[in-house]
Design a protein around this ligand. Structure first.
Ligand SMILES: *Cc1c(COP(=O)(O)O)cnc(C)c1O
Length: 388
């Protein structure tokens, strides 16, 4: 039988076949002229993806956590203050990293599934001289999406650098770095960018680079120090050979192709597709009577969904039932509600067929685990929503 397993978690995602073929090509030297051209193009395309015309892209082997690490290590000096707009697990991780580099950290958080109060954020900004404010665009532990545009506007009034964790949003949600005044944004290859795990992708705007250049103390992270990577990125973009640490050659080739695909689809079209598929999926979830972690639709991500289990469902048995239908979903991540909800990623090259199969599998597993509802109500709602 054909292996039809479908990976519907919030990263790694299902990858496009052409991108995977690109990865499988023979590895060339990191200073081969063809590869220099590919790396240079990938850097240029990163600027378009992040919509940051005057930003400096960094493409470095690592994961999303390394992107977070790199942003904090290069911007924070011991004694700096940082404000974290927290909507879950990844806000807490950001706090850990900032503290590690010597920052004093203030967190403003909302209830689980909600966003922090804007007035409270403004009050915090007013009370202390923060070097930077971090926002998790989509917190993958809750499916909550922050309003980055409005939050950046507030931060700009206080001359604070805005750092956006876009690991679950870039290439799936709208993010306009230059226009919105975002100073640093980053992601990882395996989420909506659609490339297997292994690349940390970050863009630093001019104010972030300036702040980095004005540092009085060395960056407390050797591998992530922008001083080491800036000349490398500049050289590749100028189509010149360069070396600091061997780039992940095959991943960079795959990234360049995936960025080409993303920009060929068009960012607006791509974001609309994510919205439409997300809505169809979420309507399916509601159609079978399930609630979601995000409290209001306005703050709900389009790259993923986080439904609560109905009363009496055993998470392990439910997920096993899903797997029997050939679909892989993720369990809960937020420590306070871990066993009460599950997570579905629907980003990148996701199709309506993937959405439909996933809704059907959820219905089947719920029914087999004793949930009483009208079988087919989810699928029906999904089709109506998609076609509406
Ligand atoms: C996945 C994710 C990360 C961490 O990325 P890794 O590649 O797993 O290190 C950080 N932030 C957010 C919002 C994420 O979704």
């Amino acid at each position: 039988m054909k292996d039809q397993r479908l990976l519907m978690i919030p990263g790694p995602i299902e990858f496009d076949a052409e991108v995977l073929m690109e990865m499988g090509k023979p590895t060339v030297s990191h200073v081969a002229p063809d590869f220099i051209e590919v790396f240079g193009r990938a850097i240029e395309q990163m600027r378009e993806l992040f919509q940051c015309h005057d930003g400096q892209p960094f493409i470095v082997a690592g994961t999303g956590t390394f992107s977070m690490d790199m942003a904090c290590a290069n911007l924070i000096e011991p004694g700096d203050s940082a404000l974290i707009v927290s909507t879950g697990y990844f806000g807490d991780r950001m706090a850990d990293i900032l503290v590690r580099y010597g920052a004093s950290v203030t967190q403003v958080r909302g209830p689980i599934g909600g966003v922090p109060d804007f007035d409270e954020i403004e009050k915090a900004l007013n009370a202390e001289n923060f070097k930077l404010m971090t926002i998790t665009h989509v917190d993958t532990s809750t499916g909550v999406m922050n309003d980055v545009k409005s939050l950046s506007e507030i931060a700009k009034k206080y001359n604070v650098l805005v750092v956006v964790d876009g690991v679950c949003s870039v290439a799936g949600e709208e993010l306009k770095m230059s226009e919105w005044g975002v100073d640093v944004a980053f992601t990882a290859s395996q989420k909506a960018v659609g490339v297997p795990p292994g690349l940390a992708l970050l863009v630093a705007g001019p104010k972030a680079i300036e702040s980095f250049q004005k540092r009085k103390t060395p960056v407390q992270n050797y591998y992530g120090d922008w001083k080491n990577w800036l000349p490398i990125m500049e050289n590749y973009e100028a189509r010149k050979p360069s070396y600091f640490g061997t780039p992940a050659v095959n991943l960079v080739q795959a990234l360049n192709l995936s960025l080409e695909q993303i920009l060929a689809e068009g960012l607006d079209t791509r974001i609309k597709r994510h919205k439409r598929l997300s809505q169809a999926f979420k309507d399916g979830i509601s159609g079978m009577g399930l609630k979601q972690v995000p409290m209001v639709e306005e703050y709900s991500a389009h790259t993923m969904t986080a439904p609560y289990y109905p009363e009496g469902i055993d998470p392990a048995q439910f997920l096993t039932g899903i797997k029997e239908e050939g679909i892989i979903l993720a369990g809960g991540l937020h420590p306070d509600i871990k066993a009460k909800y599950f997570r579905i990623g629907h980003m990148g090259s996701v199709s309506f067929g993937d959405i439909l199969r996933t809704v059907a599998a959820i219905e089947i597993s719920l029914a087999n685990n004793g949930y009483e509802f009208e079988l087919g109500s989810g699928v029906s709602a999904t089709i109506k929503s998609y076609n509406g």
